[in-house]
Ligand binder design. Structure first.
Ligand code: HEM
Length: 418
């Protein structure tokens, strides 16, 4: 037990890769972690287990109180942080918002506006001042629709929330919160700022509804603060030829034609393959935990005790030889392509949500998946059409698995106009 705690401490800066190594070495890609003072934790990268946890026996694997306690003061009783009936009712409500009509309206009004009025002007000034940190800028557009610099410290505190509170001894963060000390004090202040900001949006929304100025679904989806769209989705934009050329060809091809942006985005299949490949290696939610309510057994024979934390691990799954083969560490968008006609990608493979578990799966699968792809395609395509982007330093950015993953200190790139 102590031994495990020591290894845990030694590997604390490379937890994702440490877990991945252990899972690769396990015959069933599942490990059991017992740390002194911490809950028994089962971590799995086995697709059959993932299907069992997320779908087959969904009711036995809710998020559970240990999880919802950690995010409670940030997310309250919102859909992300509740189980049972409270979740079910919110889910039904949310699903009404995610339909093809509102998605189309969102792209053609909200997203277009955000990109043209906020993202591209920022890129223009970066092209003059010559470099920019991609991550903060994209975060600004997606999460707050404003200059993210104001929220840099907020994001830092909130981003560390799950990591710090999930540390082996839960008593530590609880005492710090009680004493309003250190990281917990910073967190309380950061959450206060976010709530203030969100309250403003909600008040404004209510005011518009009350004054009947707003009709239909014009920005019906804006009320959900867009979570976790993918910083690392920007990586494909940096890939060298010939894959970069392939993307440029696809972008040029869709510029002609009189169909709507929404329809044209559907044609960007090679770009979608690049985004999927980037998320396979760098999933925005690197791991996600449930807590068993009753004793159980996973399909690979792992025994689960009531109260165990059961974690499925998209980051490790993207790196399992059994799932992706020998070349699993390579960035190869072509693995997603199933049909090419006259040099053009006509269809993509669907690996299924249990092997590619980046959007979770089963009854709690991410309802924003389509919207996320649309956003990522639109943002990358809008930038690539106008700008050339090169990394300032050749090293790979360090991937940090906070509440949602990001690149340590952002990703410094040089921007120039095409
Ligand atoms: C690349 C982008 C995205 C990824 C990788 C992603 C991934 C995920 C994952 C893994 C979950 C499950 C989290 C958990 O249960 O702890 C989730 C839930 C959810 N996502 Fe996404 N998401 C993305 C974008 C979006 C967008 C753009 C929206 C909405 C506009 C959205 C809305 C939601 C909602 C409402 C839930 C809660 C579902 C439930 O608990 O029933 N997501 N997402």
């Amino acid at each position: 037990m102590i031994g495990c705690l020591i290894s845990f401490y030694k590997n604390r800066r490379r937890l994702l890769d440490w877990y991945t190594d252990m899972l690769s070495a396990s015959p069933s890609q599942t490990i059991l972690i017992s740390r002194l003072g911490a809950r028994r934790t089962i971590v799995t990268a086995n697709a059959r287990n993932v299907e069992y946890i997320l779908k087959t026996n969904f009711t036995n694997f809710p998020k559970g109180k240990p999880f919802t306690d950690i995010l409670g003061d940030f997310l309250g009783n919102g859909i992300f942080n509740v189980d049972g009936d409270m979740w079910y009712h919110q889910r039904k409500l949310v699903m009404h918002q995610f339909n093809a009509t509102s998605l189309r309206a969102y792209v053609e009004k909200v997203l277009k506006d955000e990109v043209e009025k906020k993202l591209l002007p920022t890129m223009e000034s970066a092209a003059v001042e010559s470099f920019v940190r991609v991550q903060l800028m994209l975060l600004g557009v997606r999460l707050f629709g404003c200059a993210a610099a104001n929220f840099g410290s907020v994001r830092h505190s909130v981003g560390h929330l799950r990591e710090e509170r999930a540390a082996p001894l839960a008593a530590v963060w609880k005492i710090k919160r009680f004493m309003d000390y250190g990281s917990e004090k910073r967190l309380r202040e950061a959450i206060g700022k976010i709530h203030l900001f969100v309250d403003g949006i909600v008040r404004e929304k209510k005011r518009k509804i009350m004054s009947c100025c707003e009709k239909g679904e014009e920005d019906g989806m804006k009320w959900i603060l867009l979570p976790k769209c993918h910083d690392v989705a920007f990586l494909p934009a940096l890939v060298p030829p010939p894959r970069g050329n392939e993307m440029a060809r696809e972008l040029t091809a869709i510029q002609c034609g009189d169909t709507s942006i929404f329809e044209r985005l559907k044609e960007l299949r090679w770009l979608k393959a690049c985004i999927c490949e980037s998320m396979r290696l760098f999933p925005p939610v690197a791991w996600d935990s449930k807590h068993a309510t009753a004793n159980d057994e996973l399909p690979d024979g792992t025994k689960v005790r009531a109260g165990d934390r059961v974690t499925y691990f998209p980051y490790g799954m993207g790196r399992m030889k059994s799932l992706w083969g020998e070349d699993r560490f390579e960035f190869k968008p072509e693995r997603w392509v199933s049909e090419v006609e006259r040099g053009k990608v006509k269809a993509l493979k669907n690996y299924g949500p249990y092997k590619f578990s980046v959007f979770q799966a089963g009854p709690r699968a991410c309802p924003g998946k389509e919207m996320a792809f649309v956003q990522m395609k639109y943002v990358v395509a809008s930038i690539m059409e106008r700008f050339m982007i090169r990394p300032v330093i050749p090293d790979q950015p360090v991937f940090v698995p906070l509440l949602t993953a990001h690149m340590a200190r952002g990703f410094k790139v040089l921007v120039s106009r095409r």
